[in-house]
Design a protein around this ligand. Structure first.
Ligand SMILES: Cc1ncc(COP(=O)(O)OP(=O)(O)O)c(N)n1
Ligand SMILES: Cc1nc(C(=O)O)sc1CCOP(=O)(O)O
Ligand SMILES: [Mg+2]
Length: 217
């Protein structure tokens, strides 16, 4: 990895909700960025190219102000243009190997769903981290395929940071950390909570205990 930021290793990987109103998006994010999540991903599925570009630039400015690395979902070119730290690519987002070749300085993450083989291929293509999910039913992505925490134990052997995603809340996340997740990616568990700041704090607490053993079979 080659980036102005140091890779955060462990913590909460906050992902933005779909929000067309940029002022409102920034207002919702500001108190959360003040808590310094490990990473922020800009994700806005219904947004068109112009809104995505302007929101990515606006978020990059706020992330820099708070010292939080920004990752852009789906689009490594936009990540480069906005000066973000990374891009996250899934099965519909182009070849990771091309992104690796064209954007050598970006952190690149790969969605691996519930598939160990996909993670192995992503690492071979140059992924800096691999993401697995969905570990719980997700209101954001109700049709996401489901993953088992045992996959995290198996994938530790790949030697890359592992992100867990899908329906994660302060009440269900501890088992994923125990299974070896380095980062917990969360949308609804924070943004749909009655008190998003309190929810993010609770999730961050999970990483304040010592790291679990990682070399058990
Ligand atoms: C950290 C993280 N993990 C998984 C995803 C999902 O990516 P993808 O499968 O491309 O689906 P969309 O998010 O693009 O709908 C993610 N974005 N971030
Ligand atoms: C964007 C996404 N990807 C998933 C996967 O399994 O790859 S689950 C998911 C939704 C994450 O949002 P929430 O925290 O609200 O469930
Ligand atoms: Mg995608």
């Amino acid at each position: 990895m080659n980036n102005a930021f140091t890779w955060p290793r462990r913590g909460i990987y906050l992902i933005t909700p779909d929000e067309a109103d940029t002022a409102r998006l920034l207002a919702r994010l500001e108190p959360l960025l003040a808590l310094r999540p490990a990473l922020l991903q800009y994700r806005n599925k219904p947004a068109g190219p112009a809104l995505r570009a302007s929101q990515a630039h606006a978020l990059q400015a706020r992330c820099l102000a708070h010292g939080v690395p920004l990752v852009v979902n789906d689009d490594w070119r936009l990540a480069l243009e906005a000066g973000a730290a990374g891009a996250h690519l899934g099965e519909d987002d182009g070849a990771l190997a091309e992104a690796r070749a064209r954007a050598p300085g970006l952190w690149l993450g790969a969605s691996c769903y519930n598939q160990f083989d996909r993670a192995r291929a992503a690492v071979a293509a140059g992924a800096d981290y691999v993401a697995f999910g969905a570990f719980f039913p997700s209101g954001t992505k109700p049709l996401a395929s489901r993953a088992d925490p045992g996959l995290l134990r198996e994938a530790r052997a790949l030697g890359r940071p592992m992100v867990a995603i899908g329906g994660i809340t302060p009440d269900n996340a501890a088992g994923l950390v125990a299974a070896g997740a380095d980062l917990l990616a969360v949308i609804g568990g924070v943004f749909d909570a009655p008190d998003p700041v309190a929810a993010l704090r609770s999730l961050q607490h999970l990483f304040e205990t010592p790291e679990p053993e990682t070399d058990t079979p």
